[in-house]
Write a protein that binds this ligand. Structure first.
Ligand SMILES: *Cc1c(COP(=O)(O)O)cnc(C)c1O
Length: 401
């Protein structure tokens, strides 16, 4: 993984060599996120995006408060998926005008907080209209709403499909005209549409196709809207490479597709702010998970490096966060990067379950207890997506450096 420099055989994160960083953190395991890499990623993306396409951070990818603060200054808006995330986004200083809230099953209390904060709520069911009408009347504030549409197409070759077919997300495209009429009758402040087809896609053509189809669907639906479209969130789904053979997403065709959409929108939906929302792509490559080897065992010829970290902090690296086939994340011995990968070893965690596998028979440097195992591509869907309480081991720290 070439995003981090190497100095004297040690990985350098946020300008600090790994063993020094571990000493400063004061414990293993920990996650470390590199501020500079986060800023560079956003800057590179912005340099390609057409003017007029706004960039939102979907904070479920990584809700660490310090990281959200950092991101809030770099992007145009934050997408939240719960009242808990809303609180973090507001505390991070994000402008409520530029926060949007999506997710099925928004509770009454969550909707009330969202209305009070003045953020945009992506409506995903007729029930939410009724709740919001009552809350708006009570609060003396018309809820700002967009409709999250479950499109009539899927994002091809996506790691996780979140639109098309039967879904718990959004409202089926064919039901949207009736829902829009309901929004008008309820007197809510309609602003636009939100479409999110899927996640972790490395194929630019598939993303472009989904974004153009999303735009065209929103355009068709706009004729049923109670007010002009001022907000159009076309989703994202930009992936990052995790496994051998995966190539980084090519941004140029995606940017060109968005430029075409922006040109059309300028006359077809002239009041609309176009938004893309990205989680993993913005933060995933800037983070590592670091654990220390406690034991080295050989079982019937196979080497096991037993680390103090495991699936309770990093479920996705263990292959148990929605993966169909388990594959190794990129893993290295972070304080022996100068050494040849001369052994084949499995890195396991301390949990009493065979699922606690961080690397399965990988070529690694000849490592010993005390050495530091680094799992790359760990800035998204790491700690907050893991069952920390499982088996009662110490909690993990996160640092932004
Ligand atoms: C999860 C999610 C995202 C972020 O997905 P990534 O793959 O991390 O970019 C964006 N929007 C919505 C609605 C989501 O549910």
């Amino acid at each position: 993984m070439h995003q981090f420099p190497v100095l004297n055989g040690e990985l350098v994160i946020g300008g600090v060599p790994l063993s020094r960083l571990a000493a400063r953190v004061g414990q293993t395991p920990f996650y470390a996120y590199d501020r500079r890499l986060l800023a560079t990623r956003v800057a590179e993306l912005r340099s390609l995006l057409p003017d007029g396409v706004r960039l939102h951070y979907a904070m479920k990818a990584n809700p660490m408060p310090a990281l959200v603060c950092h991101m809030a200054r770099l992007v145009d808006g934050i997408d939240v998926a719960s009242a808990g995330e809303l609180k973090v986004a507001l505390d991070a200083g994000a402008n409520p005008e530029e926060i949007s809230f999506a997710g099925p099953g928004k509770g009454r209390g969550e909707l009330r907080q969202a209305v009070a904060a003045g953020i945009l709520i992506n409506i995903e069911s007729p029930r939410e209209i009724d709740e919001l009408a009552a809350i708006s009347a009570d609060a003396g504030l018309a809820a700002r709403v967009a409709v999250r549409v479950n499109p009539d197409f899927e994002l091809k070759s996506s790691g996780m499909k979140m639109g098309g077919g039967a879904r718990q997300f959004g409202v089926d495209a064919e039901q949207v005209p009736e829902l829009l009429a309901g929004i008008g009758r309820a007197g809510l402040a309609f602003e636009g549409f939100h479409l999110f087809a899927g996640s972790q896609n490395l194929r630019a053509e598939a993303i472009v196709e989904a974004q153009i189809k999303s735009y065209e669907l929103a355009l068709r639906l706009s004729s049923f809207a109670p007010a002009s479209v001022r907000f159009l969130n076309l989703g994202g789904g930009f992936g990052i490479p995790y496994f051998p053979g995966e190539r980084p997403l090519e941004l140029a065709p995606v940017a060109a597709g968005l430029a075409t959409i922006a040109e059309r929108a300028a006359h077809e939906l002239p009041a609309a702010r176009l938004v893309i929302e990205l989680g993993r792509y913005l933060v995933g490559e800037a983070g590592v998970y670091v654990s220390r080897i406690i034991d080295r065992k050989v079982s019937r010829g196979q080497v096991f490096l037993v680390a103090d970290g495991g699936l309770h902090h990093h479920l996705s690296a263990s292959g148990n966060f929605g993966q169909v086939i388990r594959k190794n994340y990129p893993v290295a011995i972070g304080n022996r990067l100068g050494a040849p990968t001369s052994i084949t070893a499995s890195v396991v965690g301390p949990l009493c379950t065979p699922l606690d596998l961080l690397a399965d028979r990988m070529p690694l440097a000849d490592a010993q207890p005390g050495d530091l195992v680094v799992i790359f591509q760990s800035g998204a869907y790491g700690l907050s997506a893991s069952p920390q309480a499982f088996l009662g081991h110490p909690t993990c720290l996160e640092v932004l450096v």
